[in-house]
Design a protein around this ligand. Structure first.
Ligand code: NAD
Length: 487
């Protein structure tokens, strides 16, 4: 179904070389509001020739004004961007909510914090330095850190601006230039970011946005010989394709991929707090976040209590229209994800897991045509089941019982992923013992999803390469040059 003609918001231009240009390839594509199943915006999608233009602009900016600009001037621009971002975060949150279906209160809280990333990385832009390496009297040796060059940033649809901010802030601070290809399902906020970057006064070509399909614009960006590095967030399968396609000029890659995080609750934990964190983490972003504790490991003495609490909380989640201030959880972000989540609920049932809450699509009243799924809880899940092994990316919690530390660690690590993990216990020794054995890039103890601009984030195993956030994030965008001088 189409919305009445003329009622769609139109974003028909790409941002390339500091100008708003019509796509050379591609054309207008409708962006669907997942709460209604109807288009709400029309977006200009670019293709290979648009990527070529954007890469050329990024290269020119890199070799020209951006490379010569001292760090403190880059920092000043980033600070200006931070201020503009803070000013416009509320409007951007509404757009992200429409594009991706995230509940507005959640989107506002998320985007309301992004300016901190720009500020924090601004504060590093003029402090990027190397070291001197002791040699002997006749030779001086030192290192300098130099920007990698032109970065292709490719982002997913689940948290479009967060995944963008995590790349753009450190890349620009490091002195790289960027061509951003947002996800085809959620392209709008990337274009709004371009407006802010333009307003902040960055030189033309430092930041470019080409919305488009992965197989088309994305593939060209990856294969382009003028791109030095790809910073990607998305699925592991896509990352493997990207690796193959970008191999010819041996680009640099950083990958933030999927997760199947263990959220471990020991019997000695503050159970109420643990349940608060575990339930809110199961259903945040409609279950569509790589960081969520989708496998809840519960020690047997408190298992029934936690199962009952989960079922009760699931029923209390207010699922509704994303722009309604009272809504806790909106729809799945697109029709394909809706089908995927529903198919995993079916799989869970057929595998013999016990469905104790939710279990299907919600279609009452205004939800009728949207992609809404009830918060769903499976109990008595075995870690061998597909619902415990594969990333569902929907509001589906799998509650797995365990006995003792050894079994908890074994189940936690029995996954191909290794992004995040949670651990609840009042025993300090156990907190250290167990967290040191978890194969994950970030382990939260007696808290969950505590993420700041300064805390490195990324995956072990199939969850990715490299780290975003923190000082480590700059490494993604820098090369080390060693200079050896014979005196
Ligand atoms: P996806 O891999 O399908 O798409 C991600 C991006 O890649 C999109 O912009 C898409 O257009 C592009 N793309 C697709 N094929 C491409 C190709 N051949 N060449 C270049 N680009 C291509 O992922 P998604 O479905 O949008 O996102 C969900 C996934 O992202 C989940 O697996 C989730 O766990 C992961 N994720 C990870 C993190 C993290 O920080 N680790 C954060 C958010 C999401």
């Amino acid at each position: 179904m189409r919305a009445p003609a003329g009622s769609l918001v139109r974003y028909d231009r790409l941002f390339v070389g500091g100008e708003w240009v019509a796509p050379l390839d591609g054309g207008l594509v409708e962006s669907i509001d997942p709460a209604t199943g109807l288009p709400w915006a029309e977006v200009g999608f670019g293709g290979p020739r648009d990527i070529d233009r954007a890469v050329a602009a990024a290269r020119e900016a890199f070799e020209g004004p951006w490379r010569r600009m001292p760090g403190w001037e880059r920092a000043a621009l980033l600070r200006r961007l931070a201020d503009l971002y803070r000013e416009h975060a509320g409007e951007m949150a509404v757009l992200e909510s429409r594009d991706s279906g995230r509940a507005i209160r959640e989107a506002r809280a998320d985007l309301g914090a992004h300016h901190h990333w720009y500020q924090w990385f601004a504060s590093l832009a003029d402090k990027i330095s190397g070291r001197t390496i002791p040699m002997d009297d006749t030779v001086h040796c030192f290192t300098t850190r130099v920007p990698v060059g032109v970065v292709g940033a490719i982002t997913p649809w689940n948290a479009p601006m967060l995944t963008t901010t995590w790349k753009v802030a450190p890349a620009l601070a490091a002195g790289c230039t960027v061509v951003l290809k947002p996800a085809e399902q959620t392209p709008v906020t990337a274009l709004e970011l371009a407006r802010l970057i333009e307003k902040a006064g960055f030189p033309p070509g430092v930041f470019n946005v080409v919305p488009g399909y992965g197989r088309d614009a994305g593939a060209r960006l990856v294969a382009h010989p003028g791109v030095d590095k790809i910073a990607f967030t998305g699925e592991g399968r896509t990352a493997k394709t990207i690796l193959r396609n970008g191999a010819d000029n041996l680009k640099r890659f950083s990958f933030e991929l999927g997760g199947k995080a263990p959220h471990i609750i020991f019997a000695d934990a503050d159970v109420d707090q643990a349940v608060n964190a575990a339930t809110s983490s199961a259903w945040a972003v409609c279950g569509q976040s790589c960081a969520l504790g989708s496998r809840v490991l519960v020690e047997r003495p408190i298992y029934d209590r936690v199962v009952a609490a989960f079922a009760e909380r699931a029923r209390k989640v207010r699922v509704g229209m994303p722009l309604d201030e009272t809504t806790h959880m909106g729809p799945q972000a697109h029709a394909e994800q809706l089908d995927k989540t529903l198919s995993y609920i079916k799989i869970g049932r057929s595998e013999g897991a016990e469905l104790i809450a939710g279990g299907g699509r919600l279609t009452d009243g205004p939800l009728a045509n949207g992609y809404f799924v009830a918060p769903t809880v499976f109990a008595n899940v075995a870690n061998e089941m597909r619902i415990a092994r594969e990333e569902i990316f929907g509001p589906v919690a799998a509650l797995i019982p365990f006995s003792g530390e050894e079994e908890a660690v074994a189940i936690a690590n029995d996954t191909t992923y290794g992004l995040t993990a949670g651990l609840w216990t009042r025993d300090v020794g156990r907190a250290h013992r167990v967290s040191a054995r978890i194969q994950a890039g970030i382990v939260w103890v007696n808290t969950y999803r505590y993420i700041r601009w300064s805390t490195p984030y990324g995956g072990f195993k199939a969850s990715g390469w490299g780290r975003e956030n923190g000082l480590e994030a700059l490494d993604n965008f820098l090369e080390t040059r060693t200079t050896v001088v014979s005196t």
